[in-house]
Design a protein around this ligand. Structure first.
Ligand SMILES: CCCCCCCCCCCCCC(=O)SCCNC(=O)CCNC(=O)[C@H](O)C(C)(C)COP(=O)(O)OP(=O)(O)OC[C@H]1O[C@@H](n2cnc3c(N)ncnc32)[C@H](O)[C@@H]1OP(=O)(O)O
Length: 222
């Protein structure tokens, strides 16, 4: 997971950010550990979907895994992970559905911010299937929502998805994909964003969205 600094994190109260004074070095170290654990759980999900082992062996594996869950339950947060930040404005959201370092359900997505917006390369496996061999339409919308939201936020302001419209031009094959998003225009608190998913043969899904800075959020600092 890339290290993230999010200036508006200082505006606690907006978007539910939680101040957490864990030193950055410790956050980085812990993030590597939870990301490694989540990677193995992600492998487990894929292996579970694709297993051809017999029923008795699967029952034994289920019991082994239940014991592992019990070990993890020995120390737990009281609720979801939220978004935390420290005094150095290092922020971390390890539970995020799309790019949370500790979340094995996240593909995960490493979003790159560039001059024109954001892009990300992702490789979707069996866990993201909808139609046979193709990405689930809701997963496509989720990934687009995230990368378009990051584009609207531009690492300097909080925005929420107001409206997201997706056009599925053809099936999106599981495997390597490219996500892209860019800001089309801004009107007051509204940021209009365009996004797409493409495979090696071109765009499979395109989207447009309106992302809104909540009333009361600090103005963008440029
Ligand atoms: C490490 C961490 C880093 C952080 C990561 C950052 C990136 C994270 C990326 C995450 C990505 C994932 C992102 C997620 O998953 S965000 C989660 C999904 N989205 C939500 O839950 C949003 C829920 N809705 C709301 O909170 C409010 O309704 C919002 C904030 C959207 C507007 O409530 P507010 O009270 O502020 O609105 P207003 O009435 O004053 O209207 C203001 C203007 O907006 C126009 N309008 C209003 N509603 C809509 C609408 N639905 N579509 C289009 N336009 C709309 C309205 O006409 C008006 O325009 P105008 O008349 O002025 O022209």
């Amino acid at each position: 997971m890339m290290s993230r600094r999010f200036p508006e994190a200082a505006a606690v109260g907006v978007g539910g950010f939680v101040r957490d004074d864990t030193p950055t070095e410790q956050v980085d170290r812990r993030e590597a550990v939870v990301a490694s654990l989540a990677g193995t759980v992600r492998d487990l999900v894929d292996a579970t979907i694709r297993t051809t082992l017999g029923d008795a062996e699967l029952h034994r594996i289920r019991d082994d895994l239940a014991a592992v869950v019990d070990r993890l339950r020995a120390g737990q947060l009281p609720g979801p992970a939220g978004i935390r930040y420290n005094s150095e404005r290092r922020s971390w959201n390890w539970g995020n559905a799309v790019m949370g370092a500790a979340n094995a359900l996240a593909p995960p997505l490493d979003v790159v911010h560039d001059a024109s917006g954001c892009h990300a390369d992702v490789d979707l496996g069996a866990a993201y299937e909808g139609p046979p061999g193709l990405v689930h339409g809701g997963v496509s919308a989720m990934l687009l929502d995230h990368i378009m939201g990051e584009t609207a936020s531009a690492m300097r302001r909080t925005t929420f998805t107001g409206t997201l419209t997706t056009r599925y031009r053809r099936g999106t094959p599981l495997g390597p994909l490219r996500l892209e998003a860019s800001i089309v225009r801004e009107e007051g608190r509204k940021v209009f964003v365009a996004g797409s998913i493409a495979d090696a043969d071109g765009v499979t899904v395109e989207a447009e969205g309106v992302f809104i800075q909540p009333a009361g959020a600090p103005a963008a600092d440029g």
